[in-house]
Design a protein around this ligand. Sequence first.
Ligand code: FAD
Length: 391
Amino acid sequence: MKCDLVVVGAGPAGSMAAKTAADEGLDVVLLEKRQEIGDPVRCAEGVGKVALAEMVKPDPSWISAEVRGARIYAPDGTPFVMTEDRAGSEVGYVLERKVFDRMLAMKAAEAGARVMVKTRALGLLEENGVPTGIIALHIGEKIEIEAPLIIGADGIESKVGRWAGIDTVLKPQDIEVGVQFLVQDGKIDGEYCEFFLGNEIAPGGYVWAFPKGKNLANLGIGIQGSRSDPGMSLRLLQRFLKEHMPQAKILEMMVGGVPVSGPIESTTSNGVMLVGDAARQSDPITGGGIINAMRAGVMAGEVAAELVQQGDLSREALKIYEDRWRDTIGKQIARNYSAKELFVTLTDSDLNGLVHSLEGEDVANLELKDLLKLLARQNPKLLWKLRHLRR
Ligand SMILES: Cc1cc2nc3c(=O)[nH]c(=O)nc-3n(C[C@H](O)[C@H](O)[C@H](O)COP(=O)(O)OP(=O)(O)OC[C@H]3O[C@@H](n4cnc5c(N)ncnc54)[C@H](O)[C@@H]3O)c2cc1C
């Protein structure tokens, strides 16, 4: 097979990249190793409404629930509330990703991309050290797909980056180790995405409960890789469930990791671009990565169309993509990485103090960065640590 662009991975990043490039006239092949796009789900499925609507028109077929905001609990149980438009890229809709991811791949197909499921990329085809395509296993058969450009959208375990010599190695402290149950319980608050903080609850991370309607919720935990031991996230989540939702029934379970490393040094090499989790573009504070993956996918698809037509796919030429994402989503990722670095050092008493310091303040309408500034003002000892978060 021959084409202009091979995209490896049909998650949000890969499908958006394939759709964008195909819309611009490229002959695109989109590979997905699973037999069903979007399944199994490894996500809490929360996304911000405004950011999502900038890229796709919301549709009830892939929205499980719409929430009013986030309710965040200090370790001692004190809550504070943020409205959905201020609460970051994970709060607004709770998706049905099995349907959502398939819908994005369908849009890529409608734009003209050839979608190949049950097709696992195995390595790069190369000539004189320059990638010239992908070797893949397609329903048990080895195939070669020649293309001058490859987009690696193959998620947290990305191999495309490694094959292309891009350093994507994550340190244990820069991975959130996650476990999630789909639970059914009559007591689920359908109006808010809830976040539970505390070193006893989730060291260096948090527990979340994202409602999905019909008394269902994604109840999950993410803990910092460097503070985790085998089975720890599962044990902590089971304990949380017992204490907070003793009647809940578990209908599904999944495990997965989230990169929270902040921007990595390079996401390109000759003939290769990385996008989404493969490029470590998720939000280091929340671990949310859907929106950034989609945005980066669009940017990579646009750059692919420009450069394939010009015929220059060298690393130097692909710098346009590096610059575009670093100047946009990259700035927020870098700022939130600094905030995460601070967050993971806080004790439970610090966290309780921070939440109590907001009592009497109108925080519901503050954006995350303004909330961080307010916290810094109210907690002068933290001010010096937070000063580098200011623009
Ligand atoms: C527990 C958990 C909870 C999360 N909750 C949220 C949340 O609430 N909100 C949010 O925004 N984000 C959340 N995330 C993060 C979010 O799921 C990711 O950031 C997002 O899916 C990244 O999209 P992507 O397209 O880069 O990668 P993925 O969605 O991981 O897609 C990668 C695709 O590549 C395919 N693939 C991999 N290797 C190959 C190969 N060799 N050949 C062919 N195909 C391949 C995979 O099968 C997969 O379909 C969560 C993650 C976890 C683990």
